[in-house]
Design a protein around this ligand. Structure first.
Ligand SMILES: [Zn+2]
Ligand SMILES: [Zn+2]
Length: 144
């Protein structure tokens, strides 16, 4: 599977745009209670990026980082509130799949923290589902 040579994305209002010049990896959906609130949805859906592979092509100054303090945060557009990426220790870690413009050549390969999913959510079939974090994955600072 070959990913798009150049992947682009943008927020809902279009003020913030980016491009990624390396493949995305480890696409996942996290169903934990924190992701539900942070993404206003049944889960977060994001993929990891290679360090330094993302360039903000427009509107970086429109981004708000929340929480402002601490090792883990997300960045969202101050106008439309689209969440564009997650940050760990100041470095962009994951990019939200919902804001991609292009086929990035990936599919969600794991549904994680399904053990704490919302009671109203019906999980998809045919994809790996984990109660917490897949044992073979490296643990991330925010994962408990
Ligand atoms: Zn926006
Ligand atoms: Zn989560």
């Amino acid at each position: 599977m070959s990913a798009a040579a150049m992947i682009t994305g943008e927020c809902f209002c279009g003020e913030v745009k980016y491009r990624i010049d390396k493949d995305l990896v480890d696409a996942r959906s996290c169903h934990c209670s924190r992701c539900r609130k942070a993404f206003s949805a049944q889960a977060s859906s994001y993929a990891l990026i290679k360090p330094g592979s993302l360039t903000w092509t427009q509107g970086e100054g429109e981004l708000v980082t929340f929480p402002a303090e601490g090792p883990i945060a997300k960045k969202f557009c101050k106008t439309c509130a689209s969440t564009l990426c997650g940050v760990i220790d100041g470095e962009i870690h994951g990019i939200t799949l919902g804001c991609l413009n292009d086929d990035a050549g990936i599919e969600i390969e794991a549904h994680i923290f399904a053990g704490s999913k919302a009671c109203w959510e019906v999980l998809p079939e045919g994809v790996p589902i984990y109660d917490t974090f897949p044992p073979e994955w490296v643990k991330e600072p925010g994962d408990t």
